[in-house]
Design a protein around this ligand. Structure first.
Ligand SMILES: Cc1cc2nc3c(=O)[nH]c(=O)nc-3n(C[C@H](O)[C@H](O)[C@H](O)COP(=O)(O)OP(=O)(O)OC[C@H]3O[C@@H](n4cnc5c(N)ncnc54)[C@H](O)[C@@H]3O)c2cc1C
Length: 412
């Protein structure tokens, strides 16, 4: 079991590492622990999940993907990677509504941090969750259901790993579908909003070196017409692209409008290529989608700070939802993402500058990435923050799942 996260910027400070092979072992472990946390695939960039006590991987539990055709839902074990779930679902004729850019992340770890893909009508990955099975702080096994436990359920889905150990997740299914991915180059800034709304899932990439958007990744349902040659002033890419200039395009999902199944087009990166470690840091802020133009204009004055420490910036959209700690809670969102160079000393001051510039829009940071916003500002951006804090205390009175960073944002 790795002792560091994928990016290598977090060395886990746990005293003991565990890999239980059945749920009863896991329950005993949690019940007997002073402090415990689960790690998924370790793709987050901060210390929310870093415990000084026992760190547990669920990768040793028997994997399960169980489809219920009547309810059109699938129940999966928490540690499975989205990519593995998706491959099986497609083979059985089903799809999930959306995926993140990387299919290698665990289902429970992704949901816990509000992970998302893109699309004005697509909610984050947590919005497909219909039920969660979890081990409580006392070691009991419980289930919360969207229909039966409405309010608590809305509080638990984006749970930061702090409410229990999620063992199984039930997800809504769609019939499988095909997607074609087109990459267009050099989008003028004035067309950003139109481009973002132009297809099922759209990502814009910019390096902040010019006001133009370097690349538009348009992932459209296969039946929709291809963008015309002069679409929004862009030019069509005539070869596969990587979002970060100079990186190998063979790691990316097929482009050039070649139709293929949803799970091989909605992520940017292929499941078959596993980057062993990441020489990068990431930050991301969700702001109201309607403010896209103003938000980009607000960052212009610090473009000269951003560009030298940036690998690439990505703009995506996420539909509003009702999950308490979702960065998209009751707000159709623009997600402004930064893949930084792998050097906290030069990156953190720029992160602070970005946060300052975004302040008027009450930015909600991605819970799995690097941010430094003051807890009072994060709390003010979430109408249900205090309810989540109360749920934390109710479900984990012993503070078993508490970590230093969690205590900073949700003081006891
Ligand atoms: C290359 C790359 C691309 C990315 N692309 C995207 C993207 O497109 N969109 C996006 O929104 N994010 C993206 N992310 C961020 C990533 O999706 C999140 O950080 C996500 O949390 C990673 O899942 P994980 O399983 O690796 O989580 P981990 O880092 O292992 O854990 C994250 C949190 O979840 C908790 N947790 C994990 N498993 C459980 C469980 N079973 N029960 C309870 N709590 C649990 C942990 O304790 C921790 O607090 C990307 C990250 C990388 C490195």
């Amino acid at each position: 079991m790795p002792r560091r996260n994928w990016a290598g910027n977090v060395r886990y400070s746990a005293r003991r590492f565990h890999r239980p092979t059945d749920v009863d072992q896991l329950r005993r472990l949690v019940a007997g622990a002073e402090r415990v946390r689960v790690v998924g695939t370790g793709h987050s960039f901060n210390r929310f999940g870093d415990t000084p006590g026992d760190l547990v991987s669920l990768a040793g539990l028997p994997p399960e993907i169980s489809i219920d055709p009547e309810r059109r839902q699938v129940t999966v074990t928490a540690a499975l990677r989205y990519g593995d779930v998706a491959t099986r679902l497609h083979a059985e004729g089903y799809a999930l509504a959306n995926l993140a850019s990387l299919p290698h992340i665990s289902v429970a770890g992704a949901i816990a941090t509000g992970t998302h893909g893109s699309g004005e009508r697509n909610g984050n990955l947590g919005t497909s969750v219909a039920a969660l099975e979890f081990v409580t702080a006392d070691g009991d096994l419980r289930r919360v259901d969207r229909d039966a436990d409405g309010e608590v359920f809305a509080g638990m889905v984006v749970g930061l790993g702090a409410l229990g150990v999620v063992t199984r997740v039930t997800l809504d299914l769609l019939p499988t579908f095909e997607v074609r991915q087109y990459v267009r180059l050099d989008l003028p800034r004035e067309h950003v909003a139109e481009a973002l709304g132009s297809a099922y899932s759209v990502s814009l990439f910019t390096d902040w070196r010019t006001p133009r958007i370097n690349q538009v990744w348009r992932k459209q349902r296969a039946g929709e017409p291809a963008p015309p040659p002069d679409w929004l002033g862009t030019t069509p890419a005539d070869a596969p692209q990587h979002p970060v200039p100079g990186m190998p395009t063979r790691n990316c999902t097929p482009q050039l409008g070649v139709p293929g199944p949803w799970h091989e087009r909605l992520p940017h990166f292929r499941l078959g290529f596993t980057p062993s470690s990441g020489d990068e840091l990431q930050s991301e802020y969700h702001v109201p989608r309607s403010a896209a133009a103003e938000v980009l204009a607000a960052l212009d004055p610090i473009a000269h700070l951003i560009a030298p420490v940036l690998q690439i910036c990505e703009l995506r959209t996420v539909a509003a939802d009702r999950l308490w700690l979702s960065p998209n809670h009751h707000r159709d969102s623009l997600a402004v993402h930064f893949t930084w160079v792998d050097d906290p000393a030069v990156v953190l001051p720029v992160v602070a500058a970005v946060e300052e510039r975004l302040a008027p829009w009450h930015p909600r940071p991605h819970w799995g990435k690097v941010f430094g916003l003051d807890p009072s500002r994060v709390a003010a951006a979430y109408p249900r923050y205090a309810d989540f804090a109360a749920l934390l205390t109710r479900l984990d009175p012993r503070g078993v799942f508490r970590t230093e960073l969690l205590d900073r944002y949700f003081p006891r």
